[in-house]
Structures are given as C-alpha cells and as structure tokens.
Design a protein around this ligand. Sequence first.
Ligand SMILES: Cc1cc2nc3c(=O)[nH]c(=O)nc-3n(C[C@H](O)[C@H](O)[C@H](O)COP(=O)(O)OP(=O)(O)OC[C@H]3O[C@@H](n4cnc5c(N)ncnc54)[C@H](O)[C@@H]3O)c2cc1C
Length: 119
Amino acid sequence: MKAVVETMKVAIIGCTHAGIAAMKQILKYYPGTEITVYERHADISYMSCGTYLHLGGTIHNLDQALYANPSEFSEQGVQMRMQYDVINVNADKHTILAQNLQTKELQTDHYDKLVMATG
Ligand SMILES: Cc1cc2nc3c(=O)[nH]c(=O)nc-3n(C[C@H](O)[C@H](O)[C@H](O)COP(=O)(O)OP(=O)(O)OC[C@H]3O[C@@H](n4cnc5c(N)ncnc54)[C@H](O)[C@@H]3O)c2cc1C
C-alpha cells in the first residue's frame, strides 16, 4: 500500500517584514509547502522609515521604500492574496475568513499551520 503524503498548508497573515521572512524560510527549508499569504495592502515590504526619508527628500518615490514585490513570490508558487483582509481566525477548526477588498467577496480557507505576522 502506498503512503499518502499530504501537502502542508501554511497561511501567513500580514506581509511586511515578519511575513516575508517567514515565507522565505518556508520556501527555503520546506519546499513543497502550500503557502497562502493574506495582506491588506497592494504592496509588500514597505519600510516605515520610508515616510521620513520621503519627507526629508532622501527618496523621491515611495516605491524606493519597498524591497520586494508580490510577483517574485507568486512565481515561486506562493498564493499572494493581496488586498485581502482577514476578518476571523478559527483556531479550533483551522479556518480563516477573509474578504477580498476589491470585490468585497468573503472567502473561507483552511490551514494546517498559521503564521500571524500582523505587526
Ligand atoms: C513611522 C515608523 C518608523 C519606523 N522606523 C523604523 C526604522 O527606521 N527602523 C526599524 O528597524 N524599525 C522602524 N519602525 C518599526 C518597524 O516598522 C516595525 O518594527 C516593523 O514594521 C514590524 O514588522 P512586522 O512585519 O512585524 O509588522 P508590520 O510592518 O506592522 O506589518 C504587518 C502587516 O500585516 C498586515 N495586516 C495586519 N492585519 C491584517 C489582517 N487582518 N489581514 C490582512 N493583513 C493584515 C498589515 O497590512 C501589514 O502589512 C518604524 C515604525 C514606524 C511606525
């Protein structure tokens, strides 16, 4: 009889520095993991000091305060749910209720492991 190998499903909520670090570690050490990222904003990796640098004239465009973009992770197989707001986590049932902020559609997802990187 063949052993059934289940794919581990990891959900990451929040994709700034902690979320990106978690995602990179999982991609490196646990390839094959199904990763879904939920992030309210359209961008990832915004450095808060960018606001001061922009006001002070050190950087002219706020894009210069970003060091990563969602596509580099979706190309590695990560489901990047950008502009999704996680409304509820049911830790007993391992489910997430999230809203697509563009369409207002509600979506329920299941996870095996959850990384809270919400700041
Ligand atoms: C004005 C300012 C200047 C700073 N300057 C510096 C500095 O110069 N050097 C330094 O080391 N630190 C600085 N910090 C601190 C630094 O920004 C934080 O320590 C860092 O951002 C924490 O990273 P994080 O990934 O844990 O959380 P955060 O950066 O807070 O990211 C959390 C992410 O989770 C998302 N999120 C939260 N809830 C939900 C939800 N329910 N559904 C979906 N997404 C969600 C948010 O949209 C956000 O993108 C500064 C902070 C501020 C406010």
